[in-house]
Design a protein around this ligand. Structure first.
Ligand code: SF4
Length: 280
């Protein structure tokens, strides 16, 4: 059994909060640069250039990529041979968020009660997804999520007969209705199968895949390509100003499901699809 102090998790989460908010993942930065060169709409091209410039300045100056520094989603893959000492995992993660957001002067965007709306003041609590995995390591992924894009997601329970065509229609319609709200170009995470909540979680996890890396199953990779082409025919374009680049990537994750259902979830990320990870 490997012993790990929860203070180490706090330290790592704080660092990852800062890194995720200041530096876009390299693959996403590259995709935005390529889009800025290929976009056919002049105003769309200009918008993409500004997004790239903004990302470069944020990384150079140590400033957040966006003023909405999000609600922090934390994925923890905890090795089964790890013994955590020094307190609870959730408390350690929240303390990391608290320290990271204070140190970086990042906006606190979380309200304690969804109806009473009083800000907690330190961007806690985070949303933690814990997975037990073999081994003696801990993988921590911190993904701050802005709500301009989070608000635009959706879940539906299709019938099996609706098949791939029904999935495409739902995803395209969700992105069409989102319009300029999620600050396009977007990355679209799709969760297919499982139960309602499993599909929603898959859609979120799909956003963490390196940009442009296709689903390993060829039929699902083909579906991703088809959906991306359909989204980029919508004409919403960068920042909703018109153009080809409404989306830079579509990532789909699938899971076995029940004979009677076809759950589909869409989680949209804006161009600031932020996450950072570290293995302890
Ligand atoms: S949707 Fe993204 S880019 Fe737009 S304001 Fe929210 S976090 Fe920022």
């Amino acid at each position: 059994m490997r012993e790990v102090k929860t203070a180490e998790i706090t330290r790592v989460v704080a660092e990852l909060c800062l890194r995720a908010n200041r530096e876009l993942p390299r693959g996403l930065y590259k995709a935005l640069r390529e889009a800025a060169e290929k976009e056919v709409s002049p105003i769309g091209r200009e918008a993409l250039r500004r997004l790239v410039e903004n990302a470069e300045l944020a990384a150079e100056e140590g400033l957040p990529v966006c003023q909405d520094t999000g609600m922090v989603v934390v994925f923890v893959e905890l090795g089964q041979e790890v013994h955590l000492v020094g307190g609870s995992l959730a408390a350690a993660v929240d303390e990391g968020i608290r320290q990271g957001y204070r140190r970086g002067y990042l906006r606190a965007s979380v309200v304690r009660d969804p109806l009473l709306r009083k800000n907690t003041g330190d961007n806690t609590p985070g949303v933690i997804h814990l997975n037990l995995v073999p081994g003696n390591r801990i993988r921590v992924i911190v993904a701050p999520k802005g709500f301009g894009s989070e608000n635009m997601g959706g879940v539906t329970m299709l019938t099996p007969a609706q098949g791939a065509a029904g999935v495409i229609d739902f995803v395209v319609d969700t992105v069409r209705r989102a319009g300029a709200n999620p600050c396009p170009p977007v990355i679209v995470g799709i969760g297919l199968g499982g139960t309602m909540e499993k599909a929603a979680l898959l859609a979120k996890e799909a956003l963490l895949r390196p940009i442009g890396a296709p689903n390993p199953a060829p039929p699902l990779a083909a579906l991703e390509r088809e959906i991306l082409a359909r989204l980029n025919d919508l004409g919403i374009g960068p920042q909703g100003l018109g153009g080809r680049y409404t989306a830079v990537a579509v990532h789909l994750l699938a899971y076995p499901t029940h004979i009677a259902g076809l759950p589909v979830a869409v989680n949209i990320s804006c161009h600031a699809c932020r996450y950072a990870e570290q293995v302890i």
